[in-house]
Design a protein around this ligand. Sequence first.
Ligand code: NAD
Length: 499
Amino acid sequence: MTAPTVKLLINGEFVESKTTQWRNVVNPATQEVLARVPFATPDEINAAVASAKTAFKTWRKTAIGARARIFLKYQQLIRENMAELAAILTAEQGKTLPDAEGDVFRGLEVVEHAAGIGNLQLGELANNVAGGVDTYTLLQPLGVCAGITPFNFPAMIPLWMFPMAIATGNTFILKPSEQDPMVTMRLCELALQAGIPAGVLNVVHGGEEVVNAICDHPDIKAISFVGSTKVGTHVYNRASLAGKRVQCMMGAKNHAIVMPDANKEQTLNAIAGASFGAAGQRCMALSVVVLVGEARQWVNDLADKAKTLKVNAGTEKGTDVGPLVSCAARDRVESLIERGVADGATLVLDGRKPLVPGFEQGNFVGPTIFDGVKPGMSIYDQEIFGPVLCLAGADTLDEAIELINSNPNGNGTAIFTQSGAAARKFQEDIDVGQVGINVPIPVPVPMFSFTGSRASKLGDLGPYGKQVVLFYTQTKTITARWFDDSTVSQGVNTTISLK
Ligand code: NAD
């Protein structure tokens, strides 16, 4: 039996692509082919953008309350379909069912936030900036915007993008990851069911060529990208050159500092969850832990904690670590582990080729820990994106901060301590955009914005929250004076001053 095809969404219709180029969507625990995803043709991309351009004419003027009510309905539909969404996500991506629900839920929070667009898109007004003159701002939508998403959060990251873009009055082209587009498509079906009009949300599938066509398309005004640093840098440069507004959230190497006064049990639990959860395939995963002073003696305790995690298919009860997304991802992680050994790091726990009865074909790598990791080693310099934790040591907090600030990435970081003074020093001196204090994965909730920094981000404004309202709108500032017949003429004003 041939696998079902993933559809494009153009002008409110889910349509079969006419392309000759297809790729399989594969269950990473079993290698079962779940679906075939098309790589859209140039005509299909143009049709999607044309429908978004036409829809923008009416959508931009749709009442703010009408826009908000669609997202109120949408959040309800996502809640009602949570179990189905999580099951689709686990089948195509591999993460555990509870974590798949978490993926949907963190996106749902953005949808809830989008329902409050009436309060978020308010302008400002200053009364009497000069005699009889008021100045006020309008935050107006840009037009057709686009989003390009990675494989690791196929629900949350599309939901970071199109709800806020559409709530602010734009129309949207989404290009999901070709590795796991099915849950994204189910979310788009629910979005249409919630009342998003034809042409306001469109979906095209594909890889490099489709992304390049989006970067180059003259009718697309802004692009939000989340993915690897290599691709993000390319998208940023290409789309910026084409005159677009671009934001790119990219790769990471997130360090945590463990101070010797940290609560040991809580810290070990937090590190194990944040390093090995989702098989390490989170942009905010903790991949380096710097043990300070006496905490250096916790290496074996960390390994013991990691050994308690269960490696199995994401569908099985009690699973902590599911498979990696693809055979290629597993091969890459295994070869980086080999490089770590060759570079002289100490392999404390080797998770390669775990036995997973019933899922022998799955792309599994179990929790893996290296000690004695230093800059210059491949396992330190590269983003591994697997369940591999690198341990390093430092004598002081200052030395640990120095190590983190010397790393080019700035997505997330955390400190574990019971000292307010140490935590405050860390918060002040660390040069990373998202900081956890006894919180291992400090991804902000949507009243704030995602604020990765340095090499983990290009563009000034982050996804969701207040920043994304500015990203998806143009501020128009209006200075107005109204005369009535009794206003006394001041004559000609040849100065720049408002009188
Ligand atoms: P990826 O860069 O391979 O793919 C991202 C998107 O770019 C996909 O839609 C893909 O189709 C497209 N793409 C792939 N190759 C391309 C090319 N050569 N030219 C143009 N487009 C191309 O990323 P991924 O493997 O799907 O996701 C994992 C990466 O994403 C990791 O580096 C992770 O850190 C990063 N990520 C970052 C964040 C963040 O917020 N900073 C969040 C999630 C993931």
